[in-house]
Write a protein that binds this ligand. Structure first.
Ligand SMILES: Cc1cc2nc3c(=O)[nH]c(=O)nc-3n(C[C@H](O)[C@H](O)[C@H](O)COP(=O)(O)O)c2cc1C
Length: 312
């Protein structure tokens, strides 16, 4: 199967280290966090911690076509791909007419695609949801089909669903057929939490690939596990000690860029992923919240090093 498994864009998570780990564990591609086109256009250089310095697929969010193009022009030397965020439900983004607000005016999305394609030589895609308060994908994709992006990423939920309920993979499959008829690639998103779920989506659905979001947080080996599962219907689980060792690797690499204290704080969110399935994991997480230095983290991990006996 030549279908791809990528790391989804996730604000606050898919920084350089998470992208590197995903690639090392077999992700076929990775995306940056969403980056504000206004921020890029206003800044004098390529300021902003979240703008990648290495070649990377970049996701942009913004409401204005010209800003989208101008931002892309400033990122030409690092971008290997541009994606237009048209699915973010966060109030602060929607209020500015960006993210999922664009789903109300898909003609604007189409215009962004056409304009970007006019100035960049790398692929251009858009990431959408299947509706705002109800399923209305046909209205949304009609202008997009005409603008002919290289790919469409479809999160199988409506905007008001947020991240709850189940993603509608039947709808993703239906849209994949429509988009393929125009030569546009399709990647599905939603509930890619296990190797079996990924394998199932790739096998049952007409997509060219899937992107993994929450399922990759504190769990970057999911890409390798999914590929092993697709090949042989089984995969290796990491022991809890191995998972904590990998957490430490993640922490050290992040500290190289942002410093120890910041890295320890930033990884509080991901620690939950690395410790999923451990009995008393809530207690462990609460204890982690209080740690401030590497020596404290090391001591904490050492004193919990027999966690293998604590699988819930
Ligand atoms: C914390 C978080 C941040 C996210 N940030 C972005 C983002 O910056 N851009 C985007 O297109 N989608 C973003 N998403 C949506 C994911 O890319 C994905 O489509 C969604 O989580 C569904 O996949 P899942 O059910 O496998 O998590 C985010 C999701 C989460 C949970």
């Amino acid at each position: 199967m030549n279908k791809e498994i990528g790391l989804a864009p996730m604000a606050g998570y898919t920084d350089r280290v998470m992208r590197e780990l995903a690639i090392e564990w077999g992700a076929d591609f990775v995306f940056s966090e969403m980056i504000s086109t206004e921020g890029i256009v206003r800044s004098t250089g390529k300021t902003g911690e979240i703008v990648p310095v290495e070649p990377c697929r970049i996701q942009l969010f913004g409401a204005d076509v010209k800003n989208m193009v101008d931002a892309a022009k400033k990122l030409l030397d690092v971008a290997t791909w541009f994606d237009i965020n048209s699915g973010c439900p966060v109030r602060k983004v929607v209020k500015r007419g960006a993210g999922s607000a664009l789903l109300k005016i898909p003609e604007r999305i189409a215009s962004m695609i056409t304009s970007l394609k006019g100035v960049v030589s790398v692929p251009v895609s858009v990431k959408i949801r299947i509706g705002i308060d109800k399923r209305e994908s046909d209205r949304i994709i009609a202008p997009i089909l005409k603008a002919r992006p290289d790919a469409v990423f479809i999160h199988g939920r409506t905007v008001i669903q947020g991240y709850s309920g189940r993603a509608d993979w039947q709808e993703i499959d239906r849209l994949a057929h429509l988009l393929h008829a125009e030569g546009i690639s399709v990647y599905g998103s939603g509930d890619m939490f296990t190797p079996a779920a990924i394998a199932n989506a790739l096998e049952e659905c007409a997509v060219d690939g899937v992107i993994v979001a929450r399922g990759a947080i504190g769990n970057p080996w999911i890409f390798k596990q999914a590929k092993d599962f697709i090949r042989g219907r089984s995969y290796m689980e990491l022991t809890l000690d191995e998972r904590l060792n990998h957490f430490m690797i993640h922490l050290r690499r992040l500290a190289d860029t942002v410093g120890e204290e910041q890295a320890i704080r930033d990884l509080r969110k991901s620690f939950a992923g690395y410790t999923r399935g451990i009995r008393d994991s809530a207690k462990l997480r609460n204890e982690y919240m209080k740690l401030q230095s590497f020596s404290e983290v090391r001591e904490f991990l050492r004193s919990n090093s027999n966690v293998s006996g604590r699988i819930a």
